[in-house]
Ligand binder design. Structure first.
Ligand code: MTE
Ligand code: MO
Length: 379
């Protein structure tokens, strides 16, 4: 069933997994501009795509709030009740560039849930909706003082170890308190949210891993502890390098929330032979989570000795929750194999680890080391 939705909404995407459906964006689509067309935005699902009737739909808010409520879509979208916001946000799956970690130590990671993503599990869109902060305040009378986490439940179900769960994760309440950083969104790039991206309503959490931006949202709970859902407690955990398949326990991992700074070379692709007359053009993306802005991108043609500063696209600070695309012409006079790599600095002066092994972790999340490709130069 979700396959039919894919064929309708995503005519041209790289299929990674048929069920649950996972699809990655082609590089030429990522490079088209700072907004990714809805038709090409990547998709990450844990289960099926639920069919929700928008007229009958109600969002339920409960747990540690003063007044538990149910809101129809019309009420949420009524501008006299809640001021609307538009925010341009890059959503990045924490599995982006996982293939590099798979190559480093094959056979590790939870194979049931780890799709072999490349550099295309990322996309940027302008979402319209209302700030969750305002909805909690004006519709639910505010949260109780004990509330520390906000849980989101999706209407999709998925199987894990023979049990059926709704997709459920949480974010700290302090994230929700920041204005316009957690949005309840019904529009993506000026169009109704496509079915596969969460129609009729999804959460958009700026600067956090994609996993917290719950699609097909139907329920919000204010809690003292993070969600008990297996996606929160058993997935999206970060482990130290000493942890591997033999000794991994969920209690060894910590929950991944903010995305670190990372980047990727999309053009040329790895192992390509390039015939040129003195320069090779590279293009790619650079992004940092946690509200950090990409400040500087550098490319090296020799594996990391000499670095050239790159030209980044001219987005304004208004888009500090979004990536920046970049391009550079690197002067090359050598013939033979070259190792290109890219590294990015963000507005907090964070940069990327040097090698994949510098930040390898057994469940293969956040591959944020300098992205490397080898090409053969013919001059
Ligand atoms: N929400 C629900 N209900 N079910 C899911 O499987 N996947 C999450 C998140 N929200 C998921 C979900 C993950 S891991 C990611 S990376 C993003 O959705 C991807 O959003 P997209 O499919 O719109 O690109
Ligand atoms: Mo994800």
């Amino acid at each position: 069933y979700s396959w039919e939705v894919v064929q309708k909404e995503k005519p041209d995407i790289i299929h990674l997994l048929q069920f649950p459906y996972n699809g990655e964006t082609r590089f030429e689509q990522l490079l088209k501009g700072r907004l990714t067309d809805n038709k090409y935005h990547f998709i990450r699902n844990h289960g099926g795509v639920p069919d929700i009737n928008e007229d009958a739909f109600e969002l339920e808010i409960g747990g540690l709030v003063n007044t538990p409520v149910k809101l129809s879509l019309k009420e949420l979208q009524d501008p006299s009740k809640f001021t609307q916001s538009e925010v341009t946000v890059t959503l990045q799956c924490s599995g982006t560039r996982r293939v590099e970690q798979i190559k480093e130590y094959p056979g590790e990671g939870d194979e049931l849930i780890n799709a072999p993503w490349g550099e295309g599990a990322i996309g940027t869109a302008t979402y319209r909706g209302v700030a969750l902060k305002k909805v909690l305040k004006y519709a639910a009378g505010g949260v109780l003082p004990e509330c520390k986490h906000i849980e989101f439940l999706g209407a999709d179900t998925y199987f894990k170890k023979k049990n059926v769960y709704n997709y459920a994760v949480s974010v700290p309440y302090r994230k929700v308190k920041a204005n316009e950083e957690v949005l309840l969104a019904w529009e993506m790039n000026g169009k109704p949210l496509p079915k596969i991206h969460g129609f009729p309503l999804r959460v958009v959490v700026t600067g956090y891993i994609g996993a917290r931006s719950v699609k097909w949202l139907y329920k919000i709970n204010a809690l003292t502890e993070p969600s008990m859902g297996p996606v929160q407690r058993q997935e999206y955990l970060y482990y130290t390098t000493q942890i591997g398949k033999q000794n991994a326990k969920y209690s060894n991992g910590f929950s991944i929330q903010q995305m670190p700074v990372s980047s990727a070379i999309l053009e040329p692709t790895d192992k390509k032979v390039i015939i040129h007359d003195g320069k090779i053009t590279l293009r790619g993306w650079a992004y940092s989570g946690g509200g950090n802005w990409v400040e500087r991108v550098e490319v090296s043609p020799d594996g990391g000795s000499v670095w050239y500063a790159v030209e980044v696209d001219d987005m304004t600070e208004k888009h500090y929750h979004a990536w920046r695309l970049w391009k550079i012409d690197v002067p090359i006079h050598a013939e033979g194999w070259l190792e290109f790599c890219v590294r990015t600095w963000d507005s907090s002066n964070n940069t990327e680890p040097t090698y994949v092994r510098s930040a390898w972790n057994w469940d293969l999340h956040v591959t944020s080391s300098a992205h490397r490709i080898k090409v053969y130069s013919v001059n």
